[in-house]
Design a protein around this ligand. Structure first.
Ligand code: AGP
Length: 611
């Protein structure tokens, strides 16, 4: 959830760190801070509640003399209010050791109590503050800062990533991780940039080293040493190349990343299918699965685990895989899956879906089945992420960096990839196989046709922007889309929106309906359209306003709905992608009309790396 950046090299370190924090701010933005060592070897910390831009003048003023080493942090509060006292970096009592931290130290209270007993004082409510003081304690005991850091890391339990700076060794940054991402960018002239997310690195270098769990990196100018701090064994740094495209990650002419990422949908579908759909030959090529073809023959069940939007994409995948491949699928919220005691055989696949590849609950689900002997697959967007590295095989989404907290293009990519996986597992035997391959090639154009209705969707959004409640209803494969549509609206407009299976209306939700309670009804052409139209009639009979998503040419819907958004004709299996796009635009325009922070909605963060 938080963002960590560190730099060591010839550039003005605080400038690099501040720029990096700005690039990561979408991950968490309650408070921000930097620590640096000035040329006269004094350690300085500048931190406060609020956004990165508010810190810039303060840092510039303090770092005028120049500095070549710095660490910084943007915070999403877990322990303690978002204020300057709790902002990172945190220091030891002697103010010689500075630490930024992402994750949760589960045994911090016990460590804090022990340190207080031997005379240490604490000033924040954070778990983080135990780290610099524990390092200080071990340093005074061992006389070695590196050993002190190793001893401290071995005392901590929980999931964490840390960067450490000290006036005791003013030319070194220490960094370590346990179940929370850290990556080191290798710069041209022997400088290094450390971050919890490659987005902070890619404009400096594409050469990166992803740290693994229990790695401790000792970073000096032109010299990087990595070891396993638990096993105390040296490791060779493995340099990889980031496949991020800087252009894709920049805002361009858009007012914010969410709108940019919504309008990327046609390209997103294209890149998710590129080289994978050979419609004329009737072939689906998924290189990421070919290596496990032999094992796929024995699969008799798939459990999909994910969170939030990725969970709803998984629910769409359930319909697709069951219908096209005839394999039973169960979708579970990763946070629930961890604690279930369900039987898990070797012929079951665990399929994790994640945009960031760093979601703690989804990671924990993969860890849970590590010794079950089952296949672990991933549908991930962030290449090289922890989830991607933990799975046996998978299919990347290739949607490029998604910066807005509200996930849009990732959902489009995930559902596209899940359609490909369902077709791949069907071995071409389903009656709609060839039609679907052709439809996937036409889908980018159809997505563009939806985007071309942006002004019409905006008009409707302005009409309903002051609603305080919203219901989204859909049936079969559009039911998870109703859930996702409701999530989009609630997370960026703060309107309470609920998704429901349309068939459930009579079992309770109908009681909510009145003239102030609008319903977004997904009523595109399908085998269950008549049933959905009946639900719409029931709502209308109670005076409930209706916004309907319908298939171009459906005239029956007009007398029933107050507003209709028409989607291009497409197969039932590909309707979720077009429906989601229309609902993303609707949610966007409602939030925009309310003047809210579209890319960074309150209380949320982009990557939930704490459980
Ligand atoms: C979606 O708009 C939210 N930002 C959130 O629900 C997100 O989908 C969820 O946290 C899962 O993230 P992941 O795909 O990176 O694992």
């Amino acid at each position: 959830m938080c963002g960590i950046v560190g730099y060591l090299g010839d550039k003005q370190a605080t400038d690099v760190v501040i720029e990096g924090l700005a690039a990561l701010e979408y991950r968490g933005y309650d408070s921000v801070g930097v620590a640096f060592i000035s040329k006269d070897r004094a350690g300085k910390v500048v931190k406060q509640a609020g956004r990165v831009e508010s810190l810039v003048p303060l840092v510039k003023q303090q770092a005028l003399a120049g500095c070549h080493i710095s660490i910084g942090h943007t915070r999403w509060a877990t322990h303690g209010l978002p204020n300057s006292k709790n902002a990172h970096p945190h220091a030891n009592n002697d103010n010689t050791i500075f630490v930024v931290h992402n994750g949760i130290i589960e045994n911090y209270q016990e460590l804090r109590d022990q340190l207080i007993k031997i005379g240490y004082n604490f000033y924040s409510e954070t778990d983080t503050e135990v780290i610099p003081n524990l390092i200080d304690y071990y340093n005074k005991k061992t006389g070695s800062l590196e050993q002190a850091i190793r001893d401290t890391l071995n005392d901590l339990s929980g999931a964490f990533a840390v960067a450490i700076l000290s006036t005791l060794e003013p030319d070194t940054i220490y960094a370590a991780r346990v179940s929370s991402p850290l990556v080191i960018g290798v710069g041209e002239n022997q400088d290094y940039i450390l971050a919890s997310d490659p987005n902070a690195i890619m404009e400096h270098t594409k050469k990166v080293i992803f740290l693994d769990d229990n790695d401790l990196a000792v970073i000096k100018k032109g010299k990087l040493k990595i070891s396993d701090f638990k096993a105390n064994t040296a490791k060779d740094p493995k340099v990889e190349l980031l496949d991020y495209d800087q252009e894709k990650a920049s805002l361009g002419d858009f007012p914010n990343f969410m709108l940019k990422e919504i309008f990327e949908a046609p390209q997103t579908i294209k890149t998710a299918t590129l080289g994978r759909v050979l419609a004329d030959e009737g072939i689906i090529k998924l290189g990421g699965l070919e290596s496990i073809n032999a094992q796929l023959r024995y699969i008799d069940r798939i459990v999909i685990v994910a969170c939030g939007t990725s969970y709803y994409a998984g629910m769409v995948g359930e319909y697709l895989i069951e219908e096209l491949a005839g394999i039973p699928v169960e979708v579970q919220q990763a946070s629930e899956f961890k604690y279930r005691h369900e039987p898990f055989s070797r012929s079951t696949i665990l399929l994790a879906i994640s945009q960031s590849g760093e979601t703690a609950d989804t990671l924990a689900a993969l860890e849970k089945v590590k010794d079950f002997g089952c296949l672990r697959l991933g549908v991930v967007n962030a290449t090289g992420s922890s989830i991607a590295r933990l799975t046996d095989a998978g299919v990347y989404c290739h949607a490029g960096p998604e910066r807005a907290v509200a996930s849009t293009k990732a959902f489009i990519a995930q559902v596209t990839v899940l359609t490909l996986i369902a077709l791949y597992l069907s071995k071409g035997e389903h009656k709609s196989y060839r039609k679907l391959l052709k439809e996937l090639e036409l889908l980018p154009e159809k997505a563009k046709a939806v985007l071309d209705q942006a002004n019409e969707i905006k008009r409707i959004a302005l009409k309903y922007k002051d609603s305080s409640e919203f219901l989204y209803i859909g049936r079969t494969i559009l039911y998870p889309c109703a859930l996702e549509g409701a999530l989009k609206l609630k997370e960026i407009s703060y309107i309470h929106a609920e998704g429901y299976a349309a068939g459930e209306m009579k079992h309770g939700p109908l009681a909510l309906i009145d003239k102030n309670f609008p319903t977004f009804a997904l009523a595109t052409n399908s085998a269950v359209l008549e049933k959905t139209l009946s639900n719409i009639e029931e709502i209308k009979a109670r005076g409930g306003p209706i916004i309907a998503l319908a298939t171009l040419g459906n005239k029956k819907i007009q007398p029933l709905a107050d507003e209709v958004i028409y989607l291009p004709e497409t197969l039932e299996q590909t309707q979720p992608i077009l429906a989601a796009l229309a609902m993303q635009l609707f949610a966007y325009f409602v939030a925009e009309a309310k003047g809210l922070d579209i890319d960074r909605p309150r209380n949320l963060a982009k990557s939930v790396t704490v459980e």
